[in-house]
Design a protein around this ligand. Sequence first.
Ligand SMILES: Nc1ncnc2c1ncn2[C@@H]1O[C@H](COP(=O)(O)OP(=O)(O)OP(=O)(O)O)[C@@H](O)[C@H]1O
Ligand SMILES: [Mg+2]
Length: 237
Amino acid sequence: MNDRRTASLPTSIDETLALLQGGGYVADRALATVLFLALRMKRPLLLEGEAGTGKTEIAKVLSAALGRKLIRLQCYEGLDLASAVYEWNYAGQMMAIRLAEAGGASGDRANLDRTRLEGDIFSEKYLIKRPLLQALEPQEGGAPILLIDELDRTDEAFEAFLLEILADSQVTIPELGTIRAAEPPIVILTSNRTREIHDALKRRCLYHWVGYPDAARELAILKARAPQAPAKLAKQV
Ligand SMILES: Nc1ncnc2c1ncn2[C@@H]1O[C@H](COP(=O)(O)OP(=O)(O)OP(=O)(O)O)[C@@H](O)[C@H]1O
Ligand SMILES: [Mg+2]
């Protein structure tokens, strides 16, 4: 069952503001502008800022408001392709090989079967798709939101690898070839800036620094998130 409602992309900055507001997210105009442009230009959006300023939340709110699937890749030190993109199901492949061996073909037929077996075990049937590959597949309601969270926790090698996905919405799997998204996912990357993100990656994204909210906006956030709180208490907080 799918009760997700789908909405079309906003056509103006005001609409973007309203969309976020409707999802309980209080954005300033600068953030709404860069988000609107990212959606319009189909470019990834890199959000940097201090902890707790609403970087992750914006992807969640956008997913709910647009009725798109949210695919999240939480980054950490040592994150590799097997966890981020794809992995072969080795156990399944071994089983297929054993079964084929047990089938006991001989001579020319064995050669023929070997080629077929190779094609079979390196097919989608034995491919385990991780978030980045999932994000390239068509989803109900349109291209998904791909949240690549806390990018600064990964190493530079992983960043370099992301370039192909961000620039061309494609990944290359040596045994299968290049897999390209028919419709590019809406990509949001976040970073706490514990280290600098490489320029090559920044060039492929629109960028916005999410600062701490001022008192008025903090009060608005509190009102949106905890409407049951009495006005006096909210002000004091
Ligand atoms: N502008 C905002 N409007 C509404 N809620 C907000 C806003 N900013 C922050 N919040 C609230 O603050 C909480 C923390 O935000 P979030 O997890 O997105 O921070 P973050 O920037 O991703 O932090 P970190 O860098 O630690 O991951 C969210 O659960 C959300 O409810
Ligand atoms: Mg976060």
